[in-house]
Design a protein around this ligand. Structure first.
Ligand SMILES: C[S@@+](CC[C@H](N)C(=O)[O-])C[C@H]1O[C@@H](n2cnc3c(N)ncnc32)[C@H](O)[C@@H]1O
Length: 280
């Protein structure tokens, strides 16, 4: 994905940002007029999809968001993680919610491409929500080196503390070779910490083949003017790819197996996303 193509993905973050707010997972500080407008536009499609196929795209999004939260909180509660870098955080309020829950027990670095990072920094600064333990930084997931690379951001953290890296809603915009390079960079970075946990939403091709899921993918592709990619056919493929890309082990959590998403996993749509957890 070129830099130009990367920037085209950014507006999707306005829509998801408002979706999280609509479902009580965000603060009004992160609400934008663009997000509200885009969410309204998408909502018609979401309602039609539900009517025609029974699949709830809202449930899918909520399951992915809450599922990642739950697995992250498990690692924090276990004392394995005190530092988080969220790549492509967009307008997600996870950083805010985790800081509310854990206070100074964690350091949360939210990152995104320059324009989105600037927007988010302004919104959080205006609400006085930033500080040394909650920052917004520019990070290009595709940069191998330089000040906006993952390596540079990770170098600002304490190498003695367990660290999590999250990507949510990013990897499907990347072509397979680019996705691999991002996973390799994340694995390489996490090696430096005593505990290293990578979390992401993950999808499997056979579960995306319904008319509703294909239509959703098609709409997103028009919106970002580029292709979407489903990287795996099975959980085994995902686990193998993670170990191939440098992680020591990996697990796929189905939403029905995560206590926090068990209830929602019964809604069609929420069962078509899983949480990938790869560790060093
Ligand atoms: C679908 S949004 C997801 C935002 C957020 N994670 C959420 O779930 O609400 C995708 C995000 O990926 C960011 N993005 C796209 N290409 C990127 C890259 N190369 N490096 C970092 N972020 C990128 C976009 O700016 C956008 O914020």
């Amino acid at each position: 994905m070129s830099a130009n193509r990367s920037e085209r993905v950014s507006p999707t973050a306005y829509a998801t940002g408002y979706l999280w707010y609509r479902h009580g997972l965000s603060d009004k500080a992160l609400v934008t007029p663009q997000g509200k407008r885009l969410d309204r536009a998408f909502r018609g499609f979401i309602a039609a999809t539900r009517l025609l196929s029974g699949i709830s795209l809202d449930a899918m999004m909520l399951a992915r968001h809450k599922g990642i939260d739950a697995v992250l909180m498990r690692a924090i509660d276990a004392g394995e993680v005190t530092q988080v870098i969220e790549i492509a955080a967009g307008l997600s309020a996870r950083g805010w919610r985790m800081r509310q829950r854990y206070g100074d027990r964690i350091t949360y670095i939210e990152t995104d491409l320059p324009a989105m990072a600037a927007t988010k920094r302004t919104l959080l600064e205006n609400a006085r929500l930033l500080g040394p333990r909650h920052q917004v930084r520019v990070l290009d997931a595709l940069a191998n080196e330089g000040p906006t690379s993952l390596a540079a951001i990770a170098a600002t953290l304490d190498p003695k503390q367990g660290t999590a890296i999250i990507t949510e809603g990013l990897m499907n915009y990347l072509a397979p070779a680019q996705a691999n390079s991002v996973w390799q960079r994340i694995a390489h970075t996490l090696k430096q910490f005593p505990h290293g946990v990578y979390l992401a939403d993950v999808y499997f091709a056979p579960e995306q083949r319904s008319a509703a899921m294909l239509a959703f993918g098609a709409i997103l592709q028009v919106f970002v003017r580029g292709r979407m990619h489903v990287h795996f056919d099975t959980p085994k493929d995902a686990r193998e790819r993670m170990t191939h890309d440098g992680f020591k082990k990996a697990q796929v959590h189905r939403t029905r197996d995560i206590p926090a998403t068990q209830a929602i996993s019964k809604t069609s749509g929420a069962d078509r996303v899983s949480v990938l957890e790869a560790r060093m």
